[in-house]
Design a protein around this ligand. Structure first.
Ligand code: GRG
Length: 300
């Protein structure tokens, strides 16, 4: 696929993810009432790229999964975890941001207390969503339990939460390359890579295939973060939909460590590693191949 075709693919996939998300949020409205669900809706339905759920649905398809209409319900669960993490990340006690996805952050609109509660409610809701959706896919009930574990591990202390913890500790510190890789492999890489694992597992493929996709995910996770650092260093708030913050928060980044050109070269190496990981499992996955390249070419 060329760049434009890939952008069209991402747009139409994002729409399918958003339809599934809308259904979940509507259900939560009935359960939790309109006050808290308005906060959830703000955090979840704002205009994100939906990259993690798209990776999940794409891996599912390219691993031979055929229950097209059901996989987006599973993918939505991943985006719910991502949305909660962004809502918490923007809070004053973390990155203290007032702009996200081109709109005021959730706590700037609804206050800190409501945002903390609404975001926390998304964690069990996402777990339930995985269990109810994945059992309808090729992996069946036993696979759905493994997928729930995949999601919780990717999101937990050995994954995203652990990475955020390192990120907060790293403010005002100069991290070396190894420390920076470890931080981002957890904070960003774990959920990205987990999304691929979940999609592949849902399709019912062998463990060897799953670990190859995990390796692909680790490499594109790093590439994605390097691209994020490059965008933060070079783009305006208007084009990013959020305020560039790495300099203000005095964070070590791939750009501060390697410079713009060094960071770009590092990102290209990660993409090459990702493609090798796909080749090593002999998976014919043209869209995942194109997505690896897109991740460092993207403009937001
Ligand atoms: C209690 C320590 C502790 C943590 C709670 C807040 C949190 C959990 C985790 C934060 C993890 C985090 C913010 C990771 C961000 C990774 C990242 C690059 C986000 C931007 O992702 P995009 O570009 O955003 O996919 P969109 O808006 O397109 O979805």
């Amino acid at each position: 696929m060329g760049y434009l075709e890939l952008e069209e693919y991402l747009r139409s996939e994002a729409l399918r993810v958003e339809q599934a998300l809308d259904q979940v949020v509507t259900l939560l409205e009935l359960e939790l009432g309109s006050d808290i669900s308005a906060v959830i809706r703000h955090g979840v339905m704002s205009r994100g790229k939906r990259l993690r759920p798209i990776l999940c649905a794409t891996a599912y398809r390219e691993c031979g999964g055929r229950r097209e209409s059901a996989v987006y319900d599973l993918a939505a669960a991943i985006e719910m975890i991502h949305a909660y993490s962004l809502m918490h990340d923007d809070l004053p006690c973390m990155d203290d941001a007032d702009l996200r996805r081109g709109q005021a952050t959730t706590h700037s609109v609804f206050g800190e207390e409501m945002t903390m509660r609404a975001a926390a409610a998304l964690i069990p809701a996402a777990t339930r969503q995985v269990l109810s959706s994945a059992k309808e896919l090729e992996c069946g009930v036993s696979g759905s339990k493994k997928i729930a574990k995949d999601l919780l591990e990717a999101a937990g202390a050995g994954g995203m939460v652990g990475g955020q913890w390192l990120d907060l500790l790293g403010e005002d510190q100069i991290l070396d390359s190894e420390e920076l890789n470890q931080l981002h492999q957890l904070k960003t890489g774990a959920l990205l890579s987990g999304s691929l694992v979940m999609g592949a597992r849902a399709a019912g493929v062998e463990n060897e295939m799953i670990s190859g996709l995990k390796n692909y995910g680790r490499s594109i996770g790093l590439a994605f973060q390097i691209a994020d650092d490059l965008l933060d260093a070079t783009q305006s708030a208007e084009s990013l939909g959020k305020n560039p913050s790495d300099l203000d928060l005095n964070k070590s980044t791939y750009v501060s460590l390697h410079g713009l050109e060094g960071a770009r070269a590092h990102a290209r190496t990660c993409v090459a590693d990702a493609l090798i990981a796909l080749e090593s499992i002999d998976l014919d996955a043209p869209v995942l191949r194109d997505l690896a390249r897109y991740i460092i070419e993207r403009e937001k």
